[in-house]
Design a protein around this ligand. Structure first.
Ligand SMILES: *Cc1c(COP(=O)(O)O)cnc(C)c1O
Length: 360
């Protein structure tokens, strides 16, 4: 199999460069940069035609399988401006490895992680002017693989397109950090494709939109999903994992196959254990959480993800009732975790776990 992964560089015409947004209009994304990375996979040729090229539309046959059977996977990560005005990627290889485990689940080809990481670093470096020149500004990095065979057959595609796009987002510290109000869904389920190899597969997200929209219309920022079969056990939020501190112990739902193994979740477990906290991964029923809140043993609740960072939860809506957690304020442990993780992510603190990659 020919697998030629020399990455070609095709720069955008300087006259066609996009205008960079000002810091106060950044918000949470949507300002895509001038270039993207893309490559193609075919069953005969493996990965080939790798290039960094001007950000552009994709041209796809209307029969392309992506439009019909949901064969698509993605990953999010961030590049941050940090110590010494350098850019830092957070656990990029782990993110690409997770894309590979999603790929296996969806009968898609695996990426050559080291080569893609090299291309990603080159792309981020090329677009460094898009990271606002203020502390903690970042680029949101979206990696996506889609099935492109023109075919309506119920079988995996034989060709795929992989691409990485970047968008400029506001510094985390500029966002409102009031603890979130979260809506617990006791009727809809999020995860349709639970299985032994959970992944960030696009179909799961599309299916969760209507519930998320209903929650938002009622003033909640995200949905907390319960297990699919009984609607009893806590799983995760739309794009974040969840932690409960109960009687000094940190509890998070164990990875039952439909819960995403969040990289931020893993960081929280690692840091909390290193500080001497007892961390337990187990099933936890929504009623146990609410009982602990009533009897005062629920000390704090927070959720974790590449986008959310570590965000505290101030209120839970469940079956017609609102439950205020920790008087609606940020807990001590989540505040400490936020500071520690941000310091590591911005290269301001030593990084014993080798989570951070500096972009040369
Ligand atoms: C991405 C995601 C997470 C968090 O993963 P991170 O690696 O921490 O960003 C948790 N749950 C769901 C459903 C997700 O999509």
């Amino acid at each position: 199999m020919r697998e030629d992964l020399e990455v070609a560089l095709e720069k955008v015409d300087p006259e066609k460069m996009r205008e960079k947004p000002s810091v106060d209009t950044l918000g949470s994304g949507g300002h895509f940069t001038d270039h993207m990375f893309r490559m193609t996979w075919s069953s005969q040729g493996g990965w080939h035609d790798a290039k960094i090229c001007p950000y552009q539309n994709l041209s796809l046959d209307p029969a392309a399988l992506i439009f019909h059977h949901g064969q698509a996977i993605f990953e999010n990560l961030k590049a941050r401006r940090g110590n010494g005005n350098q850019l830092y990627l957070f656990r990029p290889a782990d993110s690409l490895e997770r894309l590979n485990s999603s790929a296996v689940k969806m009968c898609m080809p695996r990426l050559p992680v080291e080569k893609v990481l090299k291309a990603l670093k080159a792309l981020v470096y090329l677009e460094k002017a898009w990271v606002a020149d203020v502390a903690d500004a970042s680029l949101s990095i979206r990696s996506t693989m889609i099935a492109v065979d023109p075919s309506l057959g119920m079988c995996p595609s034989k060709t795929y397109c992989f691409f990485i796009i970047l968008s400029s987002v506001a510094p985390a510290s500029s966002k409102e950090c009031k603890p979130a109000k979260i809506y617990v869904s006791d009727d809809y389920s999020r995860s349709l494709t639970a299985g032994p190899c959970h992944g960030k597969t696009s179909d799961n997200y599309g299916a969760s939109l209507s519930m998320s929209q209903r929650a938002r219309a009622e003033g909640y920022s995200q949905v907390l999903w319960l297990d699919t079969s009984e609607h009893r056990f806590v799983e995760q939020l739309d794009t974040a994992n969840i932690f409960f501190k109960i009687d000094g112990q940190l509890v998070t739902p164990f990875l039952d196959g439909s819960i995403i193994e969040g990289l931020t979740r893993n960081c929280v477990i690692t840091l909390a254990e290193s500080w001497g906290f007892d961390v337990v991964e187990r099933k936890i029923a929504i009623n146990e959480v609410l009982d602990a809140n009533k009897n005062g043993s629920l000390e704090e609740v927070f959720f974790t993800g590449a986008d959310a960072g570590i965000s505290s939860l101030g209120e839970l809506y469940y079956q017609g009732e609102n439950h205020v957690v920790n008087s609606g304020v940020t807990g001590e442990l989540s505040a400490r975790l936020v500071l520690e993780l941000q310091a590591i992510q911005n290269g301001r603190q030593n990084d014993p776990y080798k989570w951070v990659v500096r972009v040369a």
